[in-house]
Design a protein around this ligand. Structure first.
Ligand SMILES: NC(=O)c1ccc[n+]([C@@H]2O[C@H](COP(=O)([O-])OP(=O)(O)OC[C@H]3O[C@@H](n4cnc5c(N)ncnc54)[C@H](O)[C@@H]3O)[C@@H](O)[C@H]2O)c1
Length: 424
């Protein structure tokens, strides 16, 4: 295939070399003369493994933007989206937070789109640059003409091993705006590797990219907290601790606990975190990470309580499920009970029921007036008990579901938390 690159920087050049290594013809355009000269001189100013092998023998053709459009079947766009140096992480974080700078990306895509319109042919344009969710639709798409068929394909590569990471990715992430463009891209990727092709909305792809990076930061900040604790605690060694944690490949280093829902619960986790927050304060750790995670849990429960209140005007508030674990009667540290307590604290009457803890459905439904037509109800699903899928929700109920497992309930409105795509 003939593959173009608009931008031949630290990402664009190594990827173009990787694509060429799979037998494709590659073309490039960059506004920086220095970058072009460096490529022509077969020299780069950053360290990238494998570039030394590929660059000397590349047939990469540097073209004008019009020629690039004419020559390429698909065009990748890896233009920089920098942050002000104050937001790079080498100084303390400024109080005011700002977005990336999209001016380079916007200007490049505007020029590319103009060249595509001039060429009067549909072209597949694949943006790689890192952006915050909503950017492509709100800031980029309005700049593009009708011949630009867009996809968003952020890479999960690490600087220094770009070529290897591109050729052997964990998965290929594709935000799709145009189905035909995505099909063409998928066929192209079949020539690169056999990693799974994860197709989703543009906005999901934007969020997956930055969440991936943030999850790495979360792991690092966690182990560094343990390291600091070990520095203070006698007879501890951070490597001994993390080496043990690394063996926990069923729960910790796995896909477990990776679905959005209620906060962490149980007889151990919340209380362990609270005790560790105490230890953190006692040792004088530089940052109380454990308080951070417990406050996230508490604030999320307050947010859920506000969502319930907002959706229960002239309605009875019901919580279905009291246990922290589905299909059990275990209620210790239950986030559902935390939600109930917050609602009560705010002065609301709450009717909560758990099939594994309380009286039978027939008793409770009478007691709670669920089928008394005078009353309207809001139901919050506090525990992911499978039984609730077939629960007979009264007509006109509002159902708030943080697990997104209740579907198609007749004459009811379902609020699926964390899902702005699928509606009842
Ligand atoms: N470098 C990485 O390993 C990496 C990894 C994942 C994601 N990303 C993302 O990819 C994007 C690019 O990163 P990078 O490190 O390659 O940046 P970079 O600054 O090294 O390269 C960007 C290139 O685009 C060129 N350019 C700018 N405007 C242009 C225009 N109008 N027309 C043609 N070329 C233009 C620049 O001259 C430069 O050579 C960023 O959004 C970055 O966050 C980078």
């Amino acid at each position: 295939m003939k593959v173009g690159f608009l931008g031949l920087g630290k990402l664009g050049l190594p990827v173009s070399l990787a694509v060429e290594s799979k037998g494709h013809e590659v073309f490039g355009y960059d506004i920086s003369q220095q970058t072009i000269d460096d490529i022509k001189n077969k020299k780069i100013r950053y360290r990238e493994e494998w570039v030394d092998t590929y660059l000397p023998k590349t047939k990469l053709k540097i073209l004008s933007i019009d020629e690039l459009v004419k020559s390429s079947e698909i065009i990748f766009v890896p233009i920089q989206t920098p942050h002000d140096p104050l937001y790079e992480g080498i100084t303390k974080i400024p109080k005011k937070r700002i977005d990336f700078d999209y001016s380079f990306l916007k200007s490049g895509l505007k020029d590319l789109s103009a060249a595509i319109e001039k060429n009067k042919e549909d072209k597949v344009v694949i943006i790689i640059s890192t952006v915050l969710p909503g950017t492509i639709r709100n800031e980029i798409k309005p700049l593009l003409g009708s011949h630009t068929k867009l996809c968003y394909n952020p890479f999960f590569i690490a600087m220094g091993s770009t070529i290897r990471d591109f050729l052997y990715p964990e998965f290929i992430l594709f935000g799709v705006d145009n189905e035909k463009a995505s099909e063409k891209a998928q066929n192209f990727y079949k020539t690169i590797c056999d990693s799974p092709f994860y197709k989703t909305t543009i906005e999901n792809a934007e969020l997956i990219k930055v969440s991936y990076n943030t999850m790495i930061s979360t792991k690092i900040s966690f182990v560094n907290t343990i390291m600091e604790a070990c520095h203070h605690l006698p007879n501890t060694n951070v490597d001994d601790v993390t080496n043990a944690l690394k063996m926990a490949n069923r729960r910790l280093i796995s896909d477990a606990y990776m679905s959005g829902g209620m906060g962490d619960g149980g007889g151990c986790h919340p209380r362990d975190n609270i005790a560790l927050s105490h230890l953190s304060q006692k040792l004088g750790l530089s940052y109380d990470w454990f308080e951070g995670i417990m406050m996230q849990r508490e604030k999320q429960s307050e947010w859920l309580a506000d969502l319930v209140i907002k959706n229960s005007e002239n309605r009875q508030i019901n919580i279905l499920g009291k246990t922290f674990k589905p299909e059990t009667n275990l209620m210790l540290g239950s986030p559902s009970l935390l939600l109930e307590n917050i609602l009560k604290e705010k002065g609301y009457k709450v009717y909560s029921w758990d099939p594994f803890v309380d009286e039978d459905f027939s008793e409770i439904s009478k007691k709670f007036n669920w089928y008394n037509n005078q009353k309207k109800h809001t139901f919050f699903i506090g525990t992911k008990h499978a039984d609730f899928v077939n629960f007979k929700f009264p007509k006109d109920s509002i159902i708030i579901d943080p697990f997104r497992f209740i579907y198609n309930v007749k004459d009811c409105k379902i609020i699926r938390i964390g899902d702005s795509i699928n509606k009842n």
